[in-house]
Design a binder for this molecule. Structure first.
Ligand code: IPD
Ligand code: CA
Ligand code: CA
Length: 271
């Protein structure tokens, strides 16, 4: 498997989906809901997903696909594509250009190639395992900041507003007090890329899905960043808890998140 070819293919797919999303941006009339009344899906999500999965099925008919809107193939292949055809749908329907297409290519469960495209800013993030990460072809790196007080952080909140809701705001307050600020942009794939390119020092979230983090994880680690569970153990590939940092503030963020970790463990299957 030539990973550079897979990277080129993934970038082309992400750009093609970017064109589809641009076509619908500002013109969405029908919005459906999924898990809750605020978990949205549009024709743009569906068309973007079909564009990507059709192309993969035609070039690699024996590969597995897991895509958010359900265009899945499960043949038991060691090659697997993990796709979020529109990350940041809520921003998209409100005409906010912070949204992305996220494509990960995995071999034996490990992401080996990633492409994340933000059509609003024409920013293409990509990475190949062991070969670094790029933004529009230029190498990117995380910052070297190692104190939380000099850090800017980013997070997100789940669509399900359950018993964890208040606790998530407690965590937000702790980080807000300890850092230069905590932003909430609404597109997890881009949050990871923004840590990778040095805009933020750290990102944490609860309740994400595999397609939200699969590509961004590789872009982050290939930029020198660190990713883990909230207690410092291996990051669950499900996306249920993620801590992604520049490396320098990782242990400081674990100190805060590990205080809360046990309350979020029992939630693993409910999100
Ligand atoms: C969402 C975004 C958001 C995060 C949500 C995700 P979607 O993805 O990544 O930042 O907070 O949990 O579900 O639904 O726009 O693809
Ligand atoms: Ca998403
Ligand atoms: Ca999505």
């Amino acid at each position: 498997m030539n990973l550079r070819e897979i990277e080129e293919f993934s970038i082309a797919l992400a750009k093609g989906s970017g064109d589809i999303l641009r076509k619908y941006f500002g013109k969405i009339e029908n919005i459906a809901t999924k898990s809750t009344g605020i978990d949205l899906v549009t024709v743009a999500d569906l068309e973007s997903e079909k564009h990507i999965t059709d192309a993969i099925n035609s070039r690699f008919p024996d590969h597995d696909i897991i895509a958010e809107e359900g265009e899945n193939t499960k043949a038991g292949s060691r090659y697997r594509w993990v796709i979020d055809p529109l990350d940041g749908t809520t921003n998209f329907v409100h005409n906010i250009p912070i949204f992305a297409v996220s494509i990960a290519f995995q071999i034996d469960g490990k992401t080996s190639v990633a492409a994340i495209y933000n059509p609003g800013a024409d920013k293409m993030f990509s990475a190949v395992l062991g070969a670094g990460a790029k933004l529009n072809g230029e190498t990117i790196k995380c910052t070297s900041t190692n104190t939380l007080s000099e850090s800017l952080l980013v997070t997100g909140f789940p669509y399900v507003h359950d018993t964890m809701y208040d606790r998530l705001f407690d965590i937000f307050k702790q980080f807000y007090d300890a850092s230069q600020g905590v932003r909430r942009f609404g597109a997890a794939a881009l949050d990871l890329c923004f840590v990778a390119m040095g805009r933020f020092e750290g990102f944490y979230e609860f309740g994400l899905k595999e397609w939200d983090i699969a590509a961004g994880t590789l872009i982050l680690t290939e930029s020198g960043g660190t990713i883990s569970d909230w207690d410092g153990s291996e990051c669950p590939s499900s996306g249920v808890r993620v801590l992604a940092t520049n490396g320098g503030v990782h242990s400081s963020m674990i100190k805060v998140l590990s205080q809360h970790h046990k309350h979020f463990i029992s939630q693993d299957s409910s999100v």
